[in-house]
Ligand binder design. Structure first.
Ligand SMILES: CC(C)(COP(=O)(O)OP(=O)(O)OC[C@H]1O[C@@H](n2cnc3c(N)ncnc32)[C@H](O)[C@@H]1OP(=O)(O)O)[C@@H](O)C(=O)NCCC(=O)NCCS
Length: 182
């Protein structure tokens, strides 16, 4: 399995991966879906190509992960962090370690780029294996909910989240016209 940065020529294959993983019919321009977000990010200042990775097996794209800039605001200060997701593995390749490789390689790449922490919204059971802890530990929350069981955080350097708390804010592409998280 090769993990590498995505290129424009991967976009169509990545769309298939996301569609397969999330079992939805998605096409470019669709709103309120994972593919729509990924594609919107690519055309924005929030795009980090070094942190938009694909997993390739025998020349086939079977997985994808994207990290985007995220901020944490405590009402006075705004701190920079990184959002993990979406991460997608093609249905027939799930539970074979592809997601694990994508997350681990993404974490390594984020460290190399100098990021201090990563936030993820998802199943704690899955992300805890990578060292994520409950975001509530740092009083980091979503829309004022500081006990959100789906929100986890990872320090990439020692004390990477020391003194950092508040509400998370994804990059603009993650919100619909009403300001709701897609
Ligand atoms: C979640 C996902 C990325 C994991 O990738 P994967 O390649 O299937 O996972 P891995 O093979 O690396 O790891 C398998 C382990 O993860 C667990 N797992 C898989 N999907 C999970 C999920 N949604 N929630 C919790 N645990 C999950 C499996 O039970 C397995 O556990 P085990 O090691 O204890 O047996 C993939 O299943 C997927 O694309 N799911 C649909 C899309 C999605 O929900 N994405 C995450 C939210 S953005």
């Amino acid at each position: 399995m090769i993990i590498r940065k995505e290129t424009k020529s991967d976009y169509e294959n990545v769309r298939e991966v996301i569609q397969s993983a999330f079992s939805k019919r998605l096409k470019p321009g669709d709103k309120f879906n994972e593919w729509g977000v990924v594609h919107a990010v690519r055309n924005s200042d929030s795009y980090i190509n070094e942190l938009s990775l694909v997993a390739e097996i025998n020349g086939r794209i079977v997985g994808h992960i994207m990290f985007t800039p995220l901020t944490i605001n405590d009402g006075i200060n705004t701190f920079d962090s990184l959002a993990l997701g979406p991460v997608s593995v093609k249905k027939d390749f799930q539970n074979q370690g592809v997601g694990t490789r994508l997350v681990n390689e993404g974490i390594l790449a984020a460290k190399k780029l100098g990021y201090q922490s990563i936030i993820v919204l998802g199943d704690y059971k899955y992300y805890s294996r990578f060292g994520f802890g409950p975001a509530s530990k740092w009083h980091i929350g979503l829309d004022g909910d500081f006990n959100c069981k789906y929100l986890s955080a990872l320090e990439l350097v020692e004390n990477g989240l020391k003194g950092i708390s508040g509400n998370i804010r994804y990059c603009p592409e993650f919100y619909n016209e009403k300001g709701e998280l897609i």
